[in-house]
Design a protein around this ligand. Structure first.
Ligand code: B16
Ligand code: MG
Length: 222
């Protein structure tokens, strides 16, 4: 096989929005008197908004009712939107556009597979909404990563068999989702964290087409 499509997670792979998620959650936890650290924030990567809130409430040993939970999630999201609405194209992570353009020139389809409901706004703020053949995000899917729905849906939308897709992911739950979809997965971040990924690179600036094809060969996915 020759890779026919690459599916990119958004937060942590294309843009570094993890710090904005942290700032917004931190504002909420400070208000609630819950001790929440950057280390705790690592557990929220790739996890949906409501599931993230559940983790935070567990850390703080709080059990609010459903309505209060929705109120907390809305508060956090409003603060998050305040931060991301100020994002600029300069915040696209290094090497990302160059690699995606190289893939497109080689006739490889590119898609977004993100848990975030704020994906359209982020793509718009950093001016890359026209770059992808398909965008699958938290507004379309109902099952959060590690469920493979987000990546399977992306493959479906671009008309490519999942086994010919490669996923780029920065979160443990996202790597597992890619594997559950039967796709090759290249982790973006630390190999100590993304232990289940087929390969791990520190960032997309370390990727190019030749390297992708070489990794594909080694993995046995070719
Ligand atoms: P929202 P990804 C994920 O995006 C983030 O990693 C995760 O921290 C966040 O909770 C989730 O999106 C939901 O985001 O509140 O904007 O809908 O990494 O899958 O692109
Ligand atoms: Mg991510």
């Amino acid at each position: 096989m020759h890779t026919a499509a690459c599916i990119f997670d958004l937060d942590g792979v294309i843009v570094d929005t993890a710090r904005y998620h942290f700032l917004a959650w931190k504002r909420l936890t400070d208000q609630l008197g819950i001790h929440f650290t950057e280390e705790d924030n690592e557990r929220l990567k790739g996890v949906s908004r409501m599931a993230s809130l559940e983790i935070i409430l567990e850390i703080g040993n709080r059990k609010p009712d459903k309505n209060l939970k929705l109120e907390y999630a809305t508060l956090k999201n409003n603060w998050y939107i305040e931060y991301i609405s100020r994002m600029t194209p300069a915040e696209i992570l290094p090497g990302c556009i160059k690699f995606i353009k190289e893939l497109k020139n080689a006739d490889i389809r590119v898609a977004i597979g993100s848990a975030s409901k704020n994906t359209p706004m982020i793509l718009d703020r950093v001016s890359i909404n026209g770059l992808f053949d398909a965008v699958v995000d938290g507004n379309i899917i109902s099952k959060a990563k590690p469920n493979p729905e987000v990546f399977i849906k992306a493959a479906e939308m671009i008309g490519i068999n999942p086994k010919h897709c490669v996923v780029f992911e920065d979160a443990v739950a996202g790597v597992q989702a890619a594997l559950n979809a039967g796709m090759m997965c290249i982790g973006v971040g630390s190999p100590k964290v993304l232990t289940k990924a087929h390969f791990v690179v520190p960032g997309l600036n370390e990727m190019n087409l030749t390297k992708l094809l070489t990794l594909e060969k080694i993995s046995g996915y070719e």
